[in-house]
Design a protein around this ligand. Structure first.
Ligand SMILES: [Zn+2]
Length: 546
């Protein structure tokens, strides 16, 4: 017989244990849910109070069901401990960054490299682990779980599930209309029920990954040929820059009150002011914008199973290379040469163990010019404004907006400090893009040169309580979906291509999206292929693509 004290070991039935852990997580791991719920539905009178009670009952039943699934001998303790750890991690991200826990969020976590991942680890996260996971683990450790002989245990389990189901179905039945309208108007809220959201996201992620591996890649645009532009003597140089987490509203080019584009502002650019992204994270936007599927037709599996814009350019015979200073091309550049610049030259003053500043591309660009004197397309995938450690994206001398947040733990900074750090990343991007243009300009006597810039998605810096990006597209704020896009081209490039600058200028305010990217690049490069659609080419109406 063991000694019993106030610290256990307690003897509890498996159902009681599940219920206690459920109630603990209901309170501690679901702050984001309750905060969101009570801001949508404040308790003001009897009916709103009754509705709140119904919601508490449903959420308790739901978490209780999740835990109940693992309430068996030998499984219960490790499973509950693991669920508590997952719940603690999810709670940290939801409370601190307003993250929505869904398949895409898990994808971002799993497909992130270690350098990026280390920016997430913090003492505040440790406190979340100690409180939300540590307390239940301690409790489980000090508890002797009493399992009855199996027929009675089975009955007790059935009773437990019956109770959970009643807690969900009874209020749901009574208040069906109100609950349906809450779920319809605030679809994010079901992704905030912790750890139910983690399990659903995990299930969806696994389903998705299993279904996604393509057997073979379908060809796209194998008929691509160079158009009349290539009859002129000058070789063509196009640099396509894919921005990272840069949002349109923070560019002074687009009317931002702060001077974040002191250099680009002096350039003669074709700046498209109303462009929206395909997704709100890199893993969606990047394959989507390089595909010809468009946002409505985009499907990760389909896009992964067919060639993309990179391949179409490759089929035309143009030399092209993917230059990455981010976390890779997400598979889209698998069939061409890729350079990973985030780990280039350890002695380079632009690089550290945290990665490289984007200006690392300059030297690389100059080297490519020397190696490839003919036609060339380079795709530069920036680290840009990658959060949360904005301050690590630019050298100190670019810290113009102060005080700037000096940590990846954005909650430790005021909103103003976060915004300052973010704006400094845009200021640095201004310098990097201007530097690329300058290097292209130096080649304009011998080459037709151009640079096309577009960001993959935007970023939230505390608007509506959201930080970073990845909010599901349907209810993402404009900060995450309105992206900067512009073209710089030498006079020779425009002239040889037959581009009417005034015509193009008159279209800069039109509404465009990543859907236009695929066709616009083909148009800009004057490549002929059946997969090109002139209607979707933003340059298509202002000079022939023949
Ligand atoms: Zn991104």
């Amino acid at each position: 017989m063991k000694n019993k004290s106030a610290f256990g070991p307690w003897q509890l039935a498996s159902n009681t244990t599940a219920l206690l852990v459920t109630l603990f997580l209901l309170v501690t791991a679901n702050l984001a849910f309750w905060k969101n719920y009570f801001s949508i539905m404040p308790v003001q009178d009897f009916s709103s109070l009754a509705f709140a009670v119904a919601i508490v009952s449903i959420i308790t039943g739901l978490i209780g069901m999740v835990l109940g699934l693992f309430g068996f001998k030998y499984v219960l303790k490790p499973a509950f401990a693991l669920l508590a750890i997952l719940a603690a991690a999810a709670a940290h991200f939801m409370d601190r960054y307003g993250v929505i826990v869904d398949r895409h969020a898990l994808q971002s976590v799993f497909e992130t490299d270690v350098r990026e991942g280390s920016e997430w680890l913090s003492w505040r996260m440790l406190i979340y682990f100690l409180l939300i996971a540590g307390i239940p683990i301690l409790f489980l450790w000090r508890t002797d779980i009493q399992y009855r002989p199996w027929p009675r245990e089975l009955l007790a389990r059935l009773g437990y599930f019956g109770l959970c189901l009643t807690m969900i179905l009874l209020p749901a039945g009574l208040m069906y209309q109100s609950i349906a309208s809450l779920a319809r108007n605030h679809p994010e809220i079901r992704h905030q029920i912790n750890p139910y959201n983690v399990l659903m996201a995990g299930r969806n992620y696994i389903n998705h990954s299993v279904n996604i591996a393509p057997d073979k890649i379908t060809e796209l645009g194998a008929d691509a040929k160079k158009g009349a532009l290539y009859n002129s003597k000058k070789p063509k140089l196009l640099v396509i820059v894919i921005g990272e987490s840069a949002r349109a509203e923070s560019f002074s080019l687009n009317g931002y009150a702060r001077q974040t584009n002191p250099l680009l502002g002096k350039r003669n650019l074709f700046n498209f002011k109303n462009v929206s992204s395909c997704g709100t994270n890199t893993a969606t936007s990047l394959p989507c914008m390089f595909s010809n599927l468009g946002r409505d037709g985009y499907d990760e599996k389909q896009a992964g199973g067919q060639e993309n814009l990179i391949d179409v350019i490759r089929h035309s015979g143009l030399f092209l290379e993917w230059e990455d200073n981010n976390t890779g091309s997400k598979g889209i550049a698998n069939r061409i040469e890729q350079a990973d610049m985030s780990k280039l030259e350890s002695g380079n003053r632009l690089c550290s163990e945290k990665g490289c500043y984007d200006a690392v591309f300059f030297k690389h660009l100059e080297d490519e010019f020397k190696e490839h004197p003919g036609d060339m397309v380079l795709v530069f995938h920036q680290i840009g404004s990658h959060g949360p450690a904005y301050f690590e994206r630019y050298p100190k001398e670019f810290e113009k907006f102060k005080p700037a947040c000096q940590t990846g733990e954005l909650q430790d900074c005021s909103r103003e400090e976060v915004l300052n750090a973010y704006d400094n990343t845009i200021l640095y991007t201004d310098y990097v893009l201007d530097g690329i243009i300058q290097r292209l300009q130096e080649k304009q006597d011998s080459h037709d040169v151009a640079m096309l810039y577009v960001s993959d998605h935007g970023e939230s810096t505390g608007e509506k309580g959201l930080y970073l990006h990845g909010t599901p597209f349907l209810f993402a704020p404009s900060q995450q979906t309105h992206v900067p896009m512009f073209l710089w081209a030498s006079d020779g490039f425009l002239k040889n291509r037959g581009t009417q600058a005034n015509c193009l200028r008159s279209r800069l305010g039109n509404t465009y999206s990543h859907d236009n990217f695929f066709h616009s690049v083909l148009g800009l490069l004057n490549l002929k292929t059946a997969v090109y659609d002139k209607e979707q080419d933003v340059f298509g109406h202002c000079g022939s693509n023949t």
